[in-house]
Design a protein around this ligand. Structure first.
Ligand code: ARG
Length: 457
């Protein structure tokens, strides 16, 4: 067991305590960020005259080699080291000798880990954002293909008014737009460099914190060393962003599961994204969509775990904070894989346009339009609502749709009805009359789509 802090100790660490305390089994994935941070730190130490040029070069070269060796598997991640920081520093010292021992000058693992996590979160935010963008692109092309695909819009899961598939998908597009701006905002708020905060109280060395901040592409250094080492807000914010992304994916997945059922038959999920049953030969199950829905709970759990961990921690660093890692890594990995799978599933899914249209024709989705027809002929909306209600009641009694009632049925309820009522309540007309911004009418929809295209460039 190679320890960075053995000097003060006489007794050995209990084996189970050592294992309990170690974070290497999960923080080894931070090796790249840890090395990148150390290279910047060494560069700054040299610039400030704390390391010689030669020492800096040996450190930098040694660290680069360690990075390569971890990637190739030449360095094995074993339980010999407590965490990724110890591993990198110990191996560096083994390889380059005394210069390696100087790397930690003016630094603590507290500001080191704070930096590593920020670098990691930042690069994952960029990747996540890209994945949301790819999903939006897939959505947008489905939307463009379906500005004329009529389907029922629902409230209370009851048919309400006709919309188009483009319009329904557009609702998710909006959610993902918000998700991306939330990610961008989290990135912006967190982009300050904690390196140089030391254990909690800064250091006695003349560090140039602005320089390391610039090297690592932060907007500026953090301004309170205690907060720097104990801030995990950005991980909580990120996990909250991820929880919302997962909620959106889950709602979408739920609709796809319903639509893929024999009761709806609106879509057919491709074989590539379905699985079968070991006993029922006829089955083709939407497991991927179900798992995405299921994993949402897991990401919420990760968020709750860190919120709870942080809630009563006294300043500054406490070891409790090591618990940020598994939760954050899990939430990030889970969300990223769900986003990518969802995109694949969406791209290959078959939309049964005829079934959707038929469904929109049933269930009195055009009742509002009957009332609107009367309003256009001068009847106050509240009276038009009542007249239409009577017509719906009559149609239900006779097992007909509103378009199947005769003109005399209509005129019995109101003399304002003319032959053109049938055209006015056709599916096409019902949708096409809805041209307010954000509505499903073709023109309104196309304007929005072209707006989205511009935004996505
Ligand atoms: N593994 C630790 C963590 O993730 C690194 C920081 C250790 N600092 C300390 N004072 N023990 O939080």
């Amino acid at each position: 067991m190679a320890k960075l802090w053995g000097g003060r100790f006489e007794g050995a660490t209990d084996k189970s305590a050592y294992e309990f305390n170690a974070s290497l089994p999960f923080d080894h994935i931070l090796y790249h960020e840890d090395i990148e941070g150390s290279i910047a730190h060494a560069g700054m130490l040299c610039r400030q005259g704390i390391l010689t040029e030669e020492e800096k070069d040996r450190i930098t070269e040694g660290l680069r080699q360690i990075c390569t060796d971890i990637e190739s598997g030449a360095i094995e991640i074993t339980d010999e080291y407590e965490d990724i920081h110890s591993l990198v520093e110990s191996i560096l010292t083994e390889r380059i000798g005394d210069a390696g021992k100087k790397l930690h000058t003016g630094r603590s693992r507290n500001d080191q880990v704070a930096l590593d996590m920020k670098l990691y979160a930042r690069s994952r935010i960029d990747r996540l954002s890209e994945a949301v963008k790819e999903l939006q692109e897939a959505l947008l092309s489905k939307m463009e293909e379906n500005v004329d695909t009529y389907m029922p819009g629902f409230t209370h899961l009851q048919k309400a008014q006709p919309v188009t598939l483009a319009h329904h998908l557009g609702a998710y597009y909006e959610m993902f737009l918000r998700d991306r701006s939330r990610l961008a905002n989290t990135r912006k708020v967190m982009n300050t460099c904690p390196l140089g905060a030391g254990a909690l109280a800064g250091t006695t060395y003349p560090l140039d914190r602005q320089y390391t901040s610039d090297l690592l592409q932060f907007d500026r250094p953090t301004m309170n060393s205690m907060d720097s080492v104990s801030d995990r807000d950005y991980l909580i914010e990120l996990m909250s962003d991820l929880s919302l992304i997962m909620m959106h994916l889950s709602r979408f997945a739920e609709e796809i599961i319903l639509w893929n059922s024999d009761e709806y038959r609106f879509v057919e999920i491709d074989d590539g994204f379905s699985t079968g049953s070991s006993i029922m030969p006829q089955k083709k199950n939407p497991d991927i969509a179900e798992l995405i829905r299921g994993k949402t709970g897991r990401v919420y759990g990760d968020l709750m775990a860190l919120l709870t961990t942080m809630k009563a921690l006294p300043l500054a660093y406490d070891k409790d904070m090591q618990e940020d890692k598994e939760a954050a890594f899990d939430a990030i990995d889970t969300t990223l894989s769900c986003l990518m799978l969802f995109t694949g599933m969406l791209k290959t899914m078959r939309f049964r346009k005829e079934v959707m249209e038929k469904s929109a024709e049933r269930g009195f989705t055009n009742a509002t339009d009957v009332a609107d027809y009367l309003v256009r002929r001068g009847l106050p909306f509240r009276d038009a609502h009542t007249v239409t209600g009577h017509l719906v009641l009559k149609a239900i009694g006779e097992g007909k749709s509103l378009s199947e009632l005769s003109l005399s049925d209509y005129r019995k309820e109101s003399p304002l009805f003319e032959e053109d009522i049938y055209e006015a309540i056709s599916l096409k007309e019902c949708v096409e009359r809805r041209q307010t911004l954000g509505a499903p009418g073709r023109e309104a929809m196309e304007k929005v789509i072209s707006q989205y295209k511009k935004m996505n460039q």
